[in-house]
Design a protein around this ligand. Structure first.
Ligand code: FMN
Length: 347
């Protein structure tokens, strides 16, 4: 059924279709009969996949990556789709409208997306109110934090947005890796990360992660992550979108690419990261995860959790359920009784 709906929706502008999905997930999905229908089709649970990480209980390892629900308005609807956790945002201190449109494109043959959104969001005060309506939630909620485009003092911008969420969210992510805010990725350096995590650790004891780009020079990436961990980061999320436009046939001239086209690149970066930091911190793999096979590979490479975004658009609402069922099958094939036994076995 979904392929028919998808092919119809793909005739329209990608961002407009996103708002249609947002309407459904925020206003329709939680109505009693609709909710039951969604749960019976798209939700699954198995204790083999439930894992405790940072003292939080994740019912399964498949999370929704940041950027899908930037304003925290779809939490209940998304919760019905069987995700193990949701990462909301990126949220900035002040509301901002993002870059000029169009700013979201599909590369259909490559099952990939390209976006130049630019942290469009309603700002931390409003987003915090939205999240407060549903928090605490039945699955962990991460809040992905960013800097306003016009902020002069980057450190202060991150501090201000974090302060608005101190009572909300189960973990935080500092996003220094979006290609759509000018110079943001330059903050991926040891000095800034040192200051950033020192600042954050004065404010909260909750888990705080760093989300990195797949385009960094390896040495810089490792040093930056090492500093983050040393200064109190609870994990690393790899990766954000790439600006290596060679991965698709007809790239647009701006934005970052995600989806199947970045699968290999994201996995390679993740592997390098895991070879250095597995067991030292929690690693989350994201970027081109499009099947249970791919998800399981990342887990065996050291990912305690994984995230999906682009393939949710191409595959549809059953994605989390099908990845989870596939992982269960693979665990059984490997003679394992719990997900934790698979994490890092290929390193
Ligand atoms: C339309 C769109 C918007 C995104 N917005 C954000 C964002 O606000 N913050 C963020 O950290 N990552 C954002 N991302 C990146 C995703 O969270 C993810 O890291 C990336 O898409 C790779 O995963 P995928 O290949 O499964 O899509 C966005 C991605 C897309 C496609």
């Amino acid at each position: 059924m979904y392929p028919i709906i998808r092919d119809f929706l793909f005739k329209f502008d990608a961002e407009k279709v996103h708002y249609l999905a947002e309407f459904f997930l925020s206003k329709v999905a939680n109505k009693p009969f609709v909710q039951d229908w969604i749960l019976s089709n798209f939700f699954s649970y198995d204790s083999m996949l439930e894992n405790r990480i940072w003292d939080l209980s994740f019912p399964n390892p498949v999370g929704l990556a940041a950027g899908f629900d930037k304003n925290g308005v779809m939490v209940e609807g998304l919760g019905l789709l069987g995700f193990g956790y949701l990462e909301l945002g990126t949220v900035t201190k002040n509301p901002q409208s993002g870059n000029i449109k169009p700013r979201l494109w599909r590369h259909i043959d490559e099952q990939s997306l390209q976006n130049a959104m630019g942290f469009n969001n309603n700002g931390s005060k409003i987003v915090a109110k939205n999240i407060a309506n549903v928090y605490p939630f039945c699955i962990p909620i991460g809040i992905n934090l960013g800097k306003n485009k016009d902020a002069k003092d980057a450190l202060n911008s991150y501090a201000e947005v974090l302060k608005d969420f101190l009572d909300l969210g189960d973990y935080y992510v500092f996003n220094l890796s979006s290609p759509n805010t000018p110079n943001l990725r330059d903050l991926q350096n040891v000095d800034f990360v040192d200051e950033l995590f020192c600042m954050a650790r004065e404010l909260t004891k909750k888990p705080i992660l760093l989300k990195i780009s797949p385009d960094m020079e390896i040495d810089t990436m490792l040093k930056t992550c090492e500093m983050a961990i040393k200064k109190g980061a609870s994990g690393i999320i790899a990766t954000n979108t790439t600006i290596d436009y060679s991965v698709v046939r007809a790239p647009k001239d701006r934005g970052g690419i995600s989806g199947m086209a970045i699968s290999q690149k994201s996995k390679e970066v993740f592997k390098i990261l895991a070879q250095s930091f597995f067991k030292e911190t929690i690693l989350i793999s994201v970027g081109g995860i499009h099947s249970a096979h791919e998800a399981y590979e990342r887990i065996k490479l050291g990912a305690s959790l994984i995230q999906v975004f682009s393939h949710f658009i191409f595959y549809g609402p059953k994605l989390s359920k099908d990845i989870n069922l596939g992982i269960l099958e693979k665990l059984r094939e490997d003679g394992l009784d719990h997900i934790s036994q698979a994490v890092g076995v290929d390193l």
